[in-house]
Design a protein around this ligand. Structure first.
Ligand SMILES: Cc1cc2nc3c(=O)[nH]c(=O)nc-3n(C[C@H](O)[C@H](O)[C@H](O)COP(=O)(O)O)c2cc1C
Length: 341
């Protein structure tokens, strides 16, 4: 199977909204919700993609000719590449009936783990989703990151038990899920969390806690105050608020402000190639997260599709590192990119 085969096989199986575009840039699905699109006019998702493309990479081939090391050490584990599969929930609603969340996470977690990276898993109103995701992560000896929605306190207690059972090496919460209508409509309502509430959650999960959905230096400082081990600079792919800046526009200032704090930084939103991963690291991220294209990989090729997609992005990253004259991730600096003026 090739990447082209995956794309072809995905076409026609991904529901009414996803067009399986050659590049997943938020245009064809735009403001399509349900579907893989974004809120409002769909502008944030498109901007996420476009702002990575405006950053260019500086070539430097006057350097040693030896293989590059793309491996990442994080939270006591070593990964083959500095990127992860992002959490996607309600796949049958947004992408069609070929898979439900339980089946989707099962394939994704296993295939990512077997190919040297890890997957974040999504969460939903159906408790069986987190239950199945926790089992899938447990089967991979904890190599996955359950991502809990910002539920009300009682629901959170049930979720803690599940994530503990999974043995996962980290746990995330998409605090920006506060912008999802279905959470607001719950009784008692779920949604945004205070620093104090996040501190309680960070302690309760008992492993490194990742706050997903931070877009400002102020937000990053609050996450740090709450005891987060990491943040994901993310606007939820534009699905929770329209007219946000792109993640590529805010990553640099957040990374600068957090330098030396010990807090790790992930970033997602429109990252579509290994070159984009290099740009993210050059701006100060420790790792990138890619969400929508992994759905295409699963729908188009199941485990093998995920393997091929990981290898594609990994090979592009290795090539970009070689062409920029760096041999390990630590040597990637901002000098390697040219920002738009
Ligand atoms: C259909 C769909 C469902 C999503 N579900 C979740 C979720 O359950 N939890 C979460 O933290 N993020 C969720 N996200 C957001 C992604 O994890 C990610 O932040 C966003 O899509 C940006 O990355 P991308 O541009 O690579 O897709 C979802 C995104 C999509 C498109």
């Amino acid at each position: 199977m090739t990447y082209q085969d995956i794309m072809e096989q995905a076409r026609g199986t991904m529901g009414a909204y996803c067009k399986v575009c050659p590049v997943c840039n938020g245009r064809a699905c735009k403001n399509q919700l349900p579907g893989p699109g974004a809120k409002g006019v769909g502008d944030t998702a498109m901007r996420n993609y476009e702002k990575w493309q405006e950053i260019r990479v500086n070539m430097d081939t006057i350097s040693e000719n030896r293989p590059v090391d793309t491996s990442l050490s994080l939270f006591g584990k070593t990964f083959r590449y500095p990127f992860f599969a992002g959490p996607v929930g309600a796949v049958n609603l947004h992408y069609g009936e070929k898979y439900n969340d339980m089946e989707y996470n099962q394939i994704l977690v296993k295939a990512c783990s077997e190919n040297g990276i890890a997957a974040f898993t999504g969460d939903g109103t159906n408790p069986a989703v987190m239950e199945a995701a926790s089992k899938a992560i447990a089967a991979e000896h904890g190599n996955g990151i359950p991502t809990i929605k910002p539920w009300n306190v009682d629901t959170l207690r049930e979720k803690y038990e599940l994530v503990k059972m999974s043995g996962s090496f980290a746990v995330a919460m998409d605090v920006d899920g506060a912008g999802l209508p279905f959470l607001k409509n719950l009784d008692p309502p779920a949604g945004s969390k205070t620093v104090e509430e996040l501190r309680v959650i960070a302690k309760a999960v008992g492993v490194p806690f990742i706050v997903k959905g931070v877009m400002t230096v102020r937000g990053a400082r609050k996450a740090q105050e709450a005891g987060a081990a990491a943040i994901v600079v993310s606007n939820h792919g534009g699905r929770v608020l329209d007219q946000c800046p792109a993640t590529a526009e805010v990553l640099g200032e957040i990374a600068d402000a957090m330098r030396g704090s010990g807090m790790k930084i992930f970033v997602d939103g429109g990252i579509r190639s290994g070159v984009d991963v290099l740009k993210a690291l050059a701006l100060g991220a420790d790792a990138a997260v890619i969400a929508r294209p992994f759905v295409t990989a699963v729908y188009g090729g199941a485990e093998e599709g995920v393997k091929i997609y990981i290898e594609k992005i990994g090979a592009e990253l290795a090539d970009a590192m070689e062409m920029c004259g760096v041999h390990d991730l630590k040597s990637i600096t901002r000098e390697m990119i040219r920002l738009p003026r």
